[in-house]
Design a protein. Structure first.
Length: 298
């Protein structure tokens, strides 16, 4: 008599979210994050040169973010999520194997490409898959938890970076960072994707790009979001990049710097976990929240 399994099939929503949370964690569990500014400084770069690297990274992200969203509508989003961490891994490898201003610049460009490829593709894939499963209403909560998973990974990297840096130096930290990017790329292959990309052709992604730009011109709320979201994230990102140098200037050892940065990231993680509740604020509530945050920074 043949044996049949009575085990229920795995919930497809759970499969999607578990893969997403794992990917988000691995994508951010990079031991170089809390110490790469120290690497730049130890290589002999001035604060001005380090700032120029951050500017190059920001420009790469800004230039590629919109067309990468169109690519996500034209090709496999799962493929883009696989490629993104591979570009980032190549950039990190350059940093630790050939430390110099040119390598740091090339690494930031590769990192910017990787981030742009993955960001829009992830949001689009998750939204469409949840919608297909009748769970589109869970999108904000799911993405908020994914963001929190990424921030927990950042905090984990801060806990690990100090001991690994003390044990094996920047090379060990870089090797661990490359490895985790490769694991993220492997995890991306587990994403479900039931959308069929448009037929091949040069116009398939440019058409999506033109359509998106036309919507931004026609809809003031879309246009406002396109301006506001990059502005807010740019301010946070710019301030965050200098915190390792500021902490080091207090006189603590390099291995202690990542631990002190945990205070900042604990607050960011708490905010991400409240993303679902933030939907209730509405436009006015979010505006007030941003204003209070701006006053706190001032």
């Amino acid at each position: 008599m043949p044996l049949t399994s009575t085990r229920a099939p795995r919930d497809p929503v759970r499969r999607l979210t578990s893969t997403l949370y794992g990917y988000a964690f691995l994508e951010e569990c990079v031991l170089l994050y809390p110490v790469y500014a120290l690497l730049f400084s130890d290589t002999g770069l001035s604060v001005g040169e380090i700032s120029s690297l951050f500017a190059l990274w920001s420009i790469t992200n800004i230039v590629l973010e919109v067309p990468s969203g169109a690519w996500a509508d034209a090709v496999s989003r799962r493929l883009l999520l696989c490629l993104g961490p591979l570009f980032t891994a190549a950039g990190f490898a350059l940093w630790v194997l050939l430390p110099s201003y040119g390598s740091f610049a090339a690494g930031f460009v590769l990192w910017g490409i990787g981030g742009a490829l993955a960001s829009g593709a992830m949001e689009a894939l998750v939204h469409d898959e949840l919608d297909r499963l009748g769970a589109a209403g869970r999108y904000a909560r799911v993405m908020g938890r994914a963001r929190a998973a990424g921030l927990v990974a950042v905090m984990a990297s801060m806990l690990l970076a100090g001991p690994v840096l003390t044990w094996g130096g920047q090379l060990a930290v870089g090797a661990a960072s490359v490895l985790v990017c490769l694991l993220a790329a492997a995890t991306a292959t587990r994403f479900p994707e039931h959308r069929t990309p448009p037929s091949a052709g040069h116009d398939r992604w440019t058409a999506a790009l033109r359509s998106g730009l036309a919507e931004a011109r026609a809809d003031r709320s879309v246009r406002g979001a396109l301006l506001l979201v990059p502005a807010v994230t740019a301010v946070w990102g710019a301030l965050d990049e200098y915190t390792p140098l500021l902490v080091r200037d207090t006189g603590v050892a390099d291995g202690t710097v990542p631990l002190l940065l945990l205070v900042i990231w604990a607050g960011a993680t708490a905010g991400s976990l409240l993303a679902g509740e933030g939907e209730r604020f509405g436009t006015t509530g979010l505006a007030v929240l941003l204003a209070v945050a701006a006053l706190a920074l001032a």
